[in-house]
Design a protein around this ligand. Structure first.
Ligand code: ADP
Length: 181
């Protein structure tokens, strides 16, 4: 008898930070595969709030209730990474029509580069259709509540990071004045 082939999928993203919308996708995708590899993917077009290792740690904290998930990070060509993991499926979430065009082009490009890899889209759940990492950072930055939008275990980490950034900014603009006095 031949070796049984595991069904492995990769779910790449910035996850800066991970939201309940992401976790919902992980929970649903993990039921379809033997192993789901959630990968913090370096996107050179984005300036992240959290570095890659921090994002990996937050993902680990918020997915430890899912048995068949592995958290990882990568940079470079996504298709190379996927093949190295012995996977042939990429999972992406879809929220609204605005996501579609970007995701559609991206999926076609990946298929052109590596025809053996398919991209599978999972539609958001109603309650998370408006949730995005950037929206959460914006709300939290101005002191709004992000309860229920991100996993509870990372709520304070996000608030603290945004406040630290604010304090650094304040120090940067206030220090010269303070020194002059
Ligand atoms: P990227 O920079 O690769 O778009 P993101 O972390 O923003 O990374 O998103 C990763 C994936 O999760 C994308 O496929 C995105 O469409 C999907 N996603 C983000 N938020 C949600 C949500 N609320 N519901 C469903 N999918 C989502």
């Amino acid at each position: 008898m031949g070796e049984t082939k595991l069904k492995i999928a990769v779910c790449p993203g910035s996850f800066d930070p991970v939201t309940n919308g992401h976790v919902d996708i992980f929970e649903r995708a993990s039921k379809m595969f033997d192993l789901l590899i959630v990968t913090v993917f370096h996107n050179p077009n984005k300036t992240p709030l959290f570095d890659m290792q921090e994002r990996v740690e937050m993902l680990k904290m918020t997915t430890n209730h899912i048995d068949n998930i592995r958290v990882d990070c990568c940079s470079g060509l996504l298709s190379d990474y996927v093949l190295k993991q012995r996977a042939n499926i990429i999972i992406r979430g879809l929220r609204a029509l605005v996501d579609f065009e970007y995701e559609f082009q991206r999926a076609l490009l990946i298929r052109k580069v590596e025809p053996t890899i398919e991209t599978l889209f999972i539609m958001t759940s109603n309650e998370y259709s408006f949730v995005s990492s950037s929206g959460i950072k914006e709300v939290a930055k101005f002191g709004g509540s992000i309860r229920g939008l991100v996993p509870e275990s990372i709520e304070n980490i996000i608030k603290e990071r945004l406040n630290a950034d604010k304090n650094t900014f304040k120090r940067r603009i206030c220090l010269p004045v303070a020194t002059a006095l």
